[in-house]
Design a protein around this ligand. Structure first.
Ligand code: ZN
Length: 172
Protein backbone atom coordinates (compact mmCIF):
# COMPACT_ATOMS: atom_id res chain seq x y z
CA UNK A 1 0.00 0.00 0.00
CA UNK A 2 1.42 3.33 -1.01
CA UNK A 3 1.05 6.31 1.26
CA UNK A 4 1.02 8.83 -1.52
CA UNK A 5 -2.19 8.81 -3.43
CA UNK A 6 -1.50 9.15 -7.18
CA UNK A 7 -3.38 11.80 -9.11
CA UNK A 8 -2.98 11.36 -12.84
CA UNK A 9 -3.10 7.74 -13.99
CA UNK A 10 -3.65 5.77 -17.16
CA UNK A 11 -7.05 4.09 -16.68
CA UNK A 12 -6.49 1.58 -19.52
CA UNK A 13 -3.27 0.34 -17.99
CA UNK A 14 -4.73 0.26 -14.48
CA UNK A 15 -7.77 -1.68 -15.69
CA UNK A 16 -5.69 -4.24 -17.54
CA UNK A 17 -3.54 -4.81 -14.48
CA UNK A 18 -6.59 -4.74 -12.23
CA UNK A 19 -4.73 -2.26 -10.06
CA UNK A 20 -5.98 -0.83 -6.82
CA UNK A 21 -4.86 2.34 -5.12
CA UNK A 22 -5.59 3.45 -1.61
CA UNK A 23 -4.45 6.16 0.71
CA UNK A 24 -5.21 9.47 2.29
CA UNK A 25 -6.17 12.46 0.26
CA UNK A 26 -5.83 15.85 1.90
CA UNK A 27 -8.85 18.11 1.57
CA UNK A 28 -6.56 21.10 1.02
CA UNK A 29 -5.40 19.57 -2.28
CA UNK A 30 -8.96 19.48 -3.58
CA UNK A 31 -9.65 23.04 -4.64
CA UNK A 32 -13.32 22.86 -5.49
CA UNK A 33 -14.11 20.91 -2.35
CA UNK A 34 -12.18 23.43 -0.26
CA UNK A 35 -14.75 26.02 -1.32
CA UNK A 36 -17.57 23.91 0.12
CA UNK A 37 -16.09 22.95 3.46
CA UNK A 38 -14.93 24.97 6.48
CA UNK A 39 -12.16 22.74 7.78
CA UNK A 40 -9.28 22.34 5.31
CA UNK A 41 -6.90 20.44 7.58
CA UNK A 42 -8.59 17.08 7.33
CA UNK A 43 -8.24 14.29 4.86
CA UNK A 44 -10.33 11.47 3.47
CA UNK A 45 -9.49 7.80 3.11
CA UNK A 46 -9.89 6.56 -0.41
CA UNK A 47 -9.69 3.16 -2.06
CA UNK A 48 -10.16 2.76 -5.79
CA UNK A 49 -10.12 -0.48 -7.78
CA UNK A 50 -9.80 -0.80 -11.52
CA UNK A 51 -11.14 -3.63 -13.60
CA UNK A 52 -12.97 -4.62 -16.72
CA UNK A 53 -16.50 -5.76 -17.36
CA UNK A 54 -16.39 -7.09 -20.90
CA UNK A 55 -14.50 -4.45 -22.81
CA UNK A 56 -15.60 -1.70 -20.51
CA UNK A 57 -13.25 -0.15 -17.96
CA UNK A 58 -14.82 -0.05 -14.54
CA UNK A 59 -13.60 2.12 -11.67
CA UNK A 60 -15.09 1.31 -8.28
CA UNK A 61 -14.19 2.71 -4.94
CA UNK A 62 -14.95 3.87 -1.47
CA UNK A 63 -14.43 7.24 0.22
CA UNK A 64 -14.53 7.65 3.98
CA UNK A 65 -13.94 10.61 6.20
CA UNK A 66 -15.45 13.58 7.93
CA UNK A 67 -15.74 17.11 6.59
CA UNK A 68 -17.06 20.26 8.21
CA UNK A 69 -19.61 22.27 6.30
CA UNK A 70 -21.47 25.40 7.30
CA UNK A 71 -25.01 25.00 8.58
CA UNK A 72 -27.25 27.19 6.44
CA UNK A 73 -29.52 27.98 9.40
CA UNK A 74 -27.16 29.04 12.19
CA UNK A 75 -23.98 29.43 10.08
CA UNK A 76 -22.06 27.31 12.60
CA UNK A 77 -19.92 24.31 11.70
CA UNK A 78 -21.72 21.11 10.93
CA UNK A 79 -19.87 17.81 10.91
CA UNK A 80 -20.70 15.79 7.84
CA UNK A 81 -19.54 12.17 7.72
CA UNK A 82 -18.65 10.74 4.33
CA UNK A 83 -19.23 7.10 3.49
CA UNK A 84 -19.41 6.92 -0.27
CA UNK A 85 -19.43 3.89 -2.54
CA UNK A 86 -19.14 4.52 -6.24
CA UNK A 87 -18.90 2.54 -9.43
CA UNK A 88 -18.08 4.23 -12.70
CA UNK A 89 -17.66 2.96 -16.22
CA UNK A 90 -15.50 4.73 -18.76
CA UNK A 91 -17.57 5.74 -21.76
CA UNK A 92 -16.58 7.43 -24.99
CA UNK A 93 -19.96 8.80 -26.00
CA UNK A 94 -23.42 9.67 -24.78
CA UNK A 95 -24.79 6.66 -26.65
CA UNK A 96 -22.59 4.34 -24.64
CA UNK A 97 -23.79 6.06 -21.50
CA UNK A 98 -27.33 4.82 -22.12
CA UNK A 99 -26.21 1.19 -22.11
CA UNK A 100 -24.94 1.34 -18.56
CA UNK A 101 -26.94 -0.45 -15.92
CA UNK A 102 -25.33 -0.33 -12.50
CA UNK A 103 -22.57 2.20 -13.24
CA UNK A 104 -22.35 5.93 -13.50
CA UNK A 105 -20.71 7.18 -16.70
CA UNK A 106 -17.17 8.49 -16.62
CA UNK A 107 -16.14 10.56 -19.61
CA UNK A 108 -12.40 10.87 -20.02
CA UNK A 109 -10.68 14.07 -20.96
CA UNK A 110 -7.77 12.66 -22.95
CA UNK A 111 -5.89 9.50 -22.04
CA UNK A 112 -5.34 10.22 -18.39
CA UNK A 113 -7.68 10.21 -15.48
CA UNK A 114 -7.33 12.53 -12.50
CA UNK A 115 -8.12 10.53 -9.40
CA UNK A 116 -8.17 13.71 -7.32
CA UNK A 117 -10.88 15.19 -9.55
CA UNK A 118 -12.80 11.92 -9.48
CA UNK A 119 -12.77 11.75 -5.68
CA UNK A 120 -13.62 15.42 -5.46
CA UNK A 121 -16.62 14.99 -7.77
CA UNK A 122 -17.93 12.08 -5.72
CA UNK A 123 -17.64 14.02 -2.46
CA UNK A 124 -19.30 17.11 -3.93
CA UNK A 125 -22.16 14.94 -5.17
CA UNK A 126 -22.59 13.49 -1.69
CA UNK A 127 -22.65 16.86 0.07
CA UNK A 128 -26.06 18.51 0.51
CA UNK A 129 -26.75 21.81 -1.26
CA UNK A 130 -28.13 23.36 1.91
CA UNK A 131 -26.63 21.56 4.91
CA UNK A 132 -28.52 22.05 8.17
CA UNK A 133 -28.24 20.70 11.69
CA UNK A 134 -30.69 17.89 12.34
CA UNK A 135 -32.06 19.61 15.41
CA UNK A 136 -33.62 23.06 15.21
CA UNK A 137 -30.35 24.84 15.94
CA UNK A 138 -31.79 28.36 15.83
CA UNK A 139 -34.56 27.61 18.35
CA UNK A 140 -32.09 25.75 20.55
CA UNK A 141 -29.80 28.78 20.82
CA UNK A 142 -32.65 30.98 22.05
CA UNK A 143 -34.22 28.65 24.64
CA UNK A 144 -31.06 27.98 26.61
CA UNK A 145 -32.28 29.49 29.88
CA UNK A 146 -32.04 28.01 33.37
CA UNK A 147 -35.82 27.89 33.88
CA UNK A 148 -36.15 24.95 31.60
CA UNK A 149 -34.06 22.50 33.64
CA UNK A 150 -35.50 23.81 36.94
CA UNK A 151 -39.09 22.99 35.98
CA UNK A 152 -37.93 19.64 34.78
CA UNK A 153 -36.46 18.54 38.13
CA UNK A 154 -39.43 20.03 40.02
CA UNK A 155 -41.98 17.92 38.19
CA UNK A 156 -39.90 14.86 38.92
CA UNK A 157 -39.86 15.55 42.67
CA UNK A 158 -43.58 16.28 42.79
CA UNK A 159 -44.53 13.21 40.88
CA UNK A 160 -46.72 11.10 43.27
CA UNK A 161 -46.00 7.93 41.37
CA UNK A 162 -42.30 8.04 42.13
CA UNK A 163 -43.17 8.18 45.83
CA UNK A 164 -45.51 5.22 45.46
CA UNK A 165 -42.84 3.26 43.70
CA UNK A 166 -40.47 3.85 46.63
CA UNK A 167 -43.08 2.76 49.19
CA UNK A 168 -43.81 -0.38 47.26
CA UNK A 169 -40.18 -1.37 47.23
CA UNK A 170 -39.62 -0.91 50.96
CA UNK A 171 -42.95 -2.68 51.70
CA UNK A 172 -41.78 -5.95 50.11
ZN1 ZN B 1 -27.31 24.95 12.58
Amino acid sequence: MSDKFPDLIDPVLFAERRSAVSGELKIATLERLSDSVIDHDGSVNVRIEFGKEGKRIVVAGHIEGVVEVQCQSCLQALTWPLDIDFKLAVVASLQEEKQLNDCEPLLLDGDTLSLNALVEDEILLALPDYPRHEHNCLAHNHSEDADYSATDSQTKANNPFSVLAKLKKTGD
